[in-house]
Design a protein around this ligand. Structure first.
Ligand code: MEV
Length: 444
């Protein structure tokens, strides 16, 4: 079967199964049916399938080598965000999240964007940054000139600290110098730009930054106080864009033009109010973090990068932008720094991370970056569309009811029943769930 035909199969068949009503027994069956489809579409081996069927995939032995003072492992659900199309390639994207509705919202927004032709995405060449902060520099201008004059020597020095990266086509590539005012002095901050290829490269960059520090001290007459990567990787960005004809947005009693204009209004609200911007961006990160986590990447690195980038002009604002095109379509755009990796770190250790790559047939870190930014943009569309029409709670209710039922102790078939009753009476709380569970137990 051709690659794209397999992806289509995955998208179509998993989607069909998701909309069928279910009891808890059939939920189990449904998941196994989903796995049947996934196994076929993504060419999963029996071992890989077995991994998905297991409760908890990270062994304690492996975990022991990952962190200190280990006491256990922590599982969260992984689901597939369906219907995603980026640059004419179809994806069912693994997403790891504990939050109900995120994956459903992802699939719904992807579907809408797909009907409009999908995302157009691109990734910039990936340059990570190592920072070396020099203090006690007497003449910043002279020191800066000396450092830039020794650029080739410094780059060679950095590459000698990690020769394999250069051999593989990456490595240190540039040096720039900035002055940073602090209350005590003007620091001279040297940026070492490093192409880390498909790795996130934190260790490589830190090693390289330390390797050039002594020479920078000689050149500047200062002291290299700190040598560490910067998470604001503004030379390793990815951009996603979508253009949705207004007619596709109609629904919930609103015309397409109304929904379009209300989404742009909501974007302007976030642009001008930091309280709203934080929530707007949290919704974007719902998609981004879920993809990042499923692919075994560092959620904190990406969070730090995205929020810093959202404030790069001195004012924190929304990470994306919604506008109206000349033809009246809604246009969504988002560029974010993406310090992601397709190799290294916990990817080779966490079994589901490798599997996530196989499911989307990931080819590079750039592809993961584009996938992640697109997921974030779709999440924002889903959230804003709901917020400016029926409100967010309507869609959240049934999933929220289920997790409340589970929190109150419902098990098996009870979960559906408790959730159904709470949704019908619009009373979703632990107390109500506990009352229903008690009644069910009495009538057993
Ligand atoms: C909830 O996790 C995310 C939202 O609050 C995002 C938003 O308000 O845009 C729904």
């Amino acid at each position: 079967m051709k690659e794209n035909a397999k992806r289509q199969l995955l998208i179509k068949s998993i989607r069909c199964k998701q909309v069928k009503p279910c009891s808890i027994n059939s939920t189990k069956k449904k998941r196994s049916e989903r796995l049947d489809t996934l196994q076929q579409a993504a060419d999963l081996s029996e071992e890989e399938r077995a991994l998905l069927e297991r409760e908890g995939t990270l062994s304690l032995d492996t975990a022991e080598h990952m962190v200190e003072n280990l006491i256990g492992t922590y599982s969260i659900p992984v689901g597939l965000g369906l219907n995603m199309r980026i640059n004419d390639k179809d994806y069912a994207v693994p997403m790891a999240t504990e939050e109900p509705s995120v994956i459903a919202a992802q699939s719904a927004a992807n579907k809408l964007i797909r009907a409009a032709g999908g995302f157009q995405a691109e990734a910039s060449p990936r340059m990570m940054i190592g920072q070396i902060a020099l203090s006690g520099v007497q003449n910043g201008k002279e020191a800066s000139g000396a450092i830039l004059g020794a650029k080739t020597e410094l780059i060679t020095l950095a590459n000698e600290a990690h020769p394999s990266l250069k051999k593989r086509g990456g490595g240190a590539a540039d040096i720039t110098v900035r002055e940073v005012k602090t209350p005590q002095e003007n620091l001279l901050v040297v940026h070492l730009a490093v192409n880390t290829l498909d790795a996130m490269g934190a260790n490589m960059i830190n090693t390289m930054a330390e390797a050039v520090a002594a020479r920078l001290e000689q050149l500047s007459g200062g002291t290299a106080e700190m040598k560490i990567l910067s998470n604001l990787v503004d030379q390793a960005t990815a951009t996603a864009r979508c253009e949705i004809p207004a007619a596709l947005l109609a629904g919930k009693g609103y015309s397409g033009e109304e929904v379009r204009d209300r989404i742009v209004w909501a974007y302007h609200f976030a642009e001008n109010d930091i309280y709203r911007a934080a929530t707007h961006n949290k919704g974007i990160m719902n998609g981004i973090d879920a993809v990042i986590l499923a692919f075994g990447n560092d959620t904190r690195a990406v969070e730090a990068a995205c929020h810093a980038y959202a404030a790069r002009n001195g004012k924190y604002g929304p990470m994306n932008r919604w506008t109206v095109s000349k033809t009246g379509s809604l246009v969504g755009e988002m560029t974010l720094p993406m310090p992601v990796a397709a190799v290294g770190g916990s990817i080779k250790i966490v079994p589901l991370a490798k599997l996530a790559q196989k499911i989307v047939r990931l080819e590079s870190a750039e592809e993961l970056a584009m996938l992640t930014v697109s997921a974030g943009l779709a999440q924002n569309l889903a959230a804003l569309r709901a917020l400016v029409t029926e409100g967010i709670q309507a869609g959240h209710m049934s999933l929220q009811a289920k997790s409340t039922a589970i929190s109150a102790g419902a098990v098996g078939e009870e979960i559906e029943q408790v959730a159904r009753e709470m949704t019908a009476t619009k009373s979703i709380s632990l107390a109500t769930a506990a009352e229903i569970i008690e009644r069910l137990h009495k009538t057993e």
